[in-house]
Design a binder for this molecule. Structure first.
Ligand SMILES: O=P(O)(O)OC[C@H]1O[C@H](OP(=O)(O)OP(=O)(O)O)[C@H](O)[C@@H]1O
Ligand SMILES: O=c1cc[nH]c(=O)[nH]1
Ligand SMILES: [Mg+2]
Length: 212
């Protein structure tokens, strides 16, 4: 698994405001959206493209276009939905599938409550959106589900990660027959006893949409 931490002053600035406990939901949603676009720019460096013949007003040339099938973007409900617009703004022709997953607050284990994906995922390039990579249980389960249906490569885009979660993904996906990349704005210090990222930003779903 490859982990890419996006080191950019604009990302650091927006992330700092996002983390701040004084930031309200409308501002949080806007910043999350802006951050995803910046992360997606890095995350799509390996997006599949093919040559395309065009003619400019001056001469013919060989350009570039996204290959077909187009990439599949998979936000993980609920909090991942806050990243969808920022991603599709950059890749408007991407197809979108949905995974609903929730982490049990006691056991910290993730379970899947909704799956809405295209029938044929064989060889499909996927971008999974989830703002928080905490224990990593949610993203391990999501990547495994996609890999079992033949998808790949899979790039996970998160705002924040804990070192424990990255280690869990490396171990938990070591035997998965899929190339996995994690793109993240920052890797924080640790998880606390409740499984929250420290210093983190709190509960991303609650900050985006209000307390569930
Ligand atoms: O890495 P993990 O330890 O699995 O935790 C990360 C998950 O926890 C949060 O979701 P949550 O279960 O709170 O659901 P929500 O998005 O509906 O709030 C977050 O959005 C991730 O999906
Ligand atoms: O810090 C965390 C950990 C999991 N989920 C969140 O929303 N925040
Ligand atoms: Mg939540």
């Amino acid at each position: 698994m490859r982990t890419h931490v996006v080191d950019h002053p604009l990302v650091a600035h927006k992330l700092t405001v996002l983390r701040d406990v004084r930031t309200d939901s409308p501002t949080f949603r806007r910043l999350a959206d802006e951050l995803v676009t910046l992360l997606a720019y890095e995350a799509t460096r390996d997006v599949r493209v093919e040559p395309m013949e065009i003619t400019t007003p001056v001469s013919p040339m060989t350009g570039t276009r996204l290959s077909t099938p187009k990439p599949l973007v998979v936000p993980i409900l609920r909090a991942g939905l806050g990243m969808l617009d920022g991603m599709t703004r950059l890749v408007p022709t991407a197809e979108v599938g949905f995974l609903g997953m929730v982490r049990d607050e006691g056991t910290l284990l993730a379970s899947t409550y909704a799956t809405r994906l295209p029938e044929d995922l064989a060889g499909r390039q996927c971008y999974v959106l989830d703002p928080m990579l905490a224990t990593g249980g949610t993203l391990v389960a999501a990547v495994r589900l996609l890999a079992e249906r033949g998808a790949g490569p899979v790039t996970c885009i998160s705002l924040l990660a804990a070192p424990e979660g990255i280690a869990h993904m490396e171990q938990g996906l070591a035997d998965a027959s899929v190339e996995v990349t994690v793109v993240v704005a920052a890797v924080d210090d640790r998880l606390n006893e409740l499984g929250y990222i420290v210093p983190g930003l709190g509960d991303a779903g609650d900050r985006l949409y209000g307390v569930a």
